[in-house]
Write a protein that binds this ligand. Structure first.
Ligand SMILES: [Fe+2]
Length: 188
């Protein structure tokens, strides 16, 4: 389940309803997906795409997404640091950033216009859709593990455009984990 932190307001948001409502203010869609069939940790990419076929097809129709793939990142993935460095600086894309997390965790920082930067930690079962043009950056959590289904309108739109604002330097990529957060709204 996703967790939102707003450092400047010392606020943590948890719970599907609260997180969905908060993200919706910035045009970010959040859903929880369940598989049509059981999927084990050893499921192939094709198995995964089949298990979530209904959700994927519905989202493709809704968002005009044409390409779907699975990204699988582990601590020993070659050139992992170089790969992560491309996305851990504030940037935006010409198309939506759509991720369904199958395994592991990740941390988005979202810097919407006129709003305080907030952190969005996503975990297995979370689908997020960040609209094109939204300023953001991404880090893995400490275990450096994520497996996610990605949807694209056009993979050529996937190039990051860097803002070079320096805003990202003011935020630590620290994942929280639900286990550290009391249920419901909480103050840090
Ligand atoms: Fe991105």
């Amino acid at each position: 389940m996703a967790v939102v932190r707003i450092p400047s307001q010392e606020t943590v948001l948890t719970g599907q309803q609260e997180v969905t409502a908060f993200l919706g203010r910035y045009g970010i869609e959040y859903e929880r997906w369940t598989a049509d069939r059981p999927v084990g940790a050893d499921a192939s990419n094709d198995d995964l795409l089949l298990a979530y076929r209904h959700e994927i097809e519905a989202l493709k129709a809704r968002g005009g997404y044409r390409a779907v793939d699975v990204i699988d990142v582990r601590p020993d993935t070659p050139n992992l640091d170089a790969m992560l460095a491309k996305f851990s600086r504030e940037h935006w894309h010409d198309e939506d950033e759509v991720r369904f997390i199958v395994e592991g965790r990740g941390l988005f920082h979202i810097h919407a216009e006129g709003a305080p930067v907030f952190a969005l930690e996503v975990a297995a079962g979370d689908l997020i859709r960040v609209p094109r043009g939204t300023h953001h950056w991404f880090d893995l959590c400490a275990e450096r593990r994520i497996r996610a289904i990605r949807l694209f309108q056009d993979t050529s739109g996937w190039t990051p455009h860097y803002t070079d604002s320096g805003v990202d330097a003011g935020f630590q990529p620290v994942c929280f984990g639900l286990s550290y957060v009391p249920s419901g709204p909480a103050r840090l």
